[in-house]
Write a protein that binds this ligand. Sequence first.
Ligand code: GLN
Ligand code: ZN
Length: 675
Amino acid sequence: MLDALPPRVAGISDPLDRYFAAARGNADVTPLEMTKWFDTNYHYLVPEISADTQFTLRPDKVLSEIAQAHGAGITARPVVIGPITFLALAKAVDDAPAPITRIDDLIPHYIDLLDRLVDAGVEWVQFDEPALVSDVADGLPELAHSVYSRLSGVSRRPAILVATYFGDAGPALGALARTGIEGVAVDLIEGRVESVAAAPELSSKLVVAGVVDGRNVWRTDLDGALGTLGTLLGSVGDLAVSTSCSTLHVPYSLAPETALRGWLAFASDKFVEVATLSRAVRNGRESEAQSFDASRAALATRETDPRLRDTAVRTRLAAITDADVTRGDASARSSAQAARLGLPPLPTTTIGSYPQTTTIRKARAALRSKAIDRAEYERRMRDEISSVIALQEKIGLDVLVHGEPERNDMVQYFAEQLDGFFATTNGWVQSYGTRCVRPPILFGDVSRPDQMTVDWITYAQSLTDKPLKGMLTGPVTILAWSFVRNDQPLADSANQIALAIRDETVDLEKAGVGIIQVDEPALRELLPLRDADKQAYLDWAVRAFRLSTSGVSDAIQVHTHLCYSEFGEVIGAIAALDADVTSIEAARSSMEVLEDLNAVGFANGVGPGVYDIHSPRVPDANEIQKSLSAALEAVDVQRLWVNPDCGLKTRGTDEVVESLTNMVTAAKAVRASLS
Ligand code: GLN
Ligand code: ZN
């Protein structure tokens, strides 16, 4: 909309090709960096702003969508990312100053947009400013005041609603209320109702009160929500009832679900709750007595359900001490592992998954529809494993993996085997582009009734003489990619999951597996948006990971993997995980990550991703060799691992073979140049 595309795609004349090149890359250009949208598992492409970036308004997309809505007889309120959030989430390139310093260049384009929206017959526009609930930049409340004073000061414009969500907007609310905008939306699930009361200027504005949780799946406590709305009635101008944020983050409908239904509300149920609450504000609670009774009854059955409290799990957790979250000295571990594994310098490996082929998906569908039985399914999965092992041996990789064919998803697979989780039938949510995930619902205390991965991993190990890396998902990531219970601290849930994963690592060691990777790609994602809350989170997250990995002996090499996020603020925590080897996405951020890890004193093994697996582009060996040489300037040769930047499950087999072959060639060339 602002034409802020990087110069490397600007020359592509077809607008759709240009758009796709920016998003996905093509044979000639690397795409924009992709990262998580605040603390959700949704992604966005990070705009790159250089000193030369010129903004031009290109409102065609929003205008055509409005025209489409109007054509269908719908009064639409367009939602546009606000200028502060746009710049706060953008990244500076080519030594340009922080993008937020360009705010004055953006304002005229937003003013033009307001004008075009009036032409299009728009009455209200919503500017999303979730950045205002975070500390991503200094002085955001003051900036909000100045930006929205200017936008609301123009005479020809629709009414302006500024939406804040994912947390408490705090002082930004008063700052917004002291401008000429007509309304603000506030998140009253993660934010505090007191913040609204603290902004007396809201008494002349519309306040859209997000009292129904837009991000989690639990049925609303209607009495509680109505109470919150009641406290607002006196202090705001107009009151509207809403969800706390976009329902993009929850599934659509409970209709296909069979379990736990009484406790849950998906998007369509949340809209009903919003409408119910709105009528109850106007006509009194009695007018909606049935809905309120049902909400109360649902809450009551949840509180008393025995699955929510498992005494054995709670007793075990209460007995955890620092010794349970600490492994032996890192250098002693390193020698024990070197002796056991006998790897060459710059060992090559992959992150875990191999392409989820049609054969795999068909087998899974056949199992689900009962066209084949479990035994036949397992036979087919073992075939996949043996072909992935053969492929890796042919390519010449040093540390092999079983390829994860049996996993529909790295979190759901574990959730399905753990007590305390429930997998939905059709609870899909968008992660990025056309990729969707089906987050499990964590509703009770967690325990592991049986081994989860040992058979697959030991089968894979039996097929090769090379060391095989067993693959598990870490407690923080399992938590981040699930809908979590809202009746206990996240840290408690994380530790329960950690114990289950720990039991699995201990069983893998017993079964003779020498390398275990515990993936934590979501470590950054759960980082709180406010600075004051961050350290406490990092402390419990690191402890949960260490609880999950400290049950094995020194000779077991523990790997972890992280990807697709800004590591800056969590770099100290990554080091504190104390994994023996950390593979980390770096292809798009050119080894910066190694220097950051050095700066926090990280001295264990590290595999900066040498190519971007989200792009269909195949990297050539030269290019990989160059990035390895660059990496060797930051870390010494004993520490460097060679791997792609993430798992390969979304890619096609041909491109995987080509890319990995080039990767192995590059590693061999660098090894040769060393000796
Ligand atoms: N082991 C997982 C895989 O390779 C890791 C995926 C991830 O980082 N998201 O698929
Ligand atoms: Zn990854």
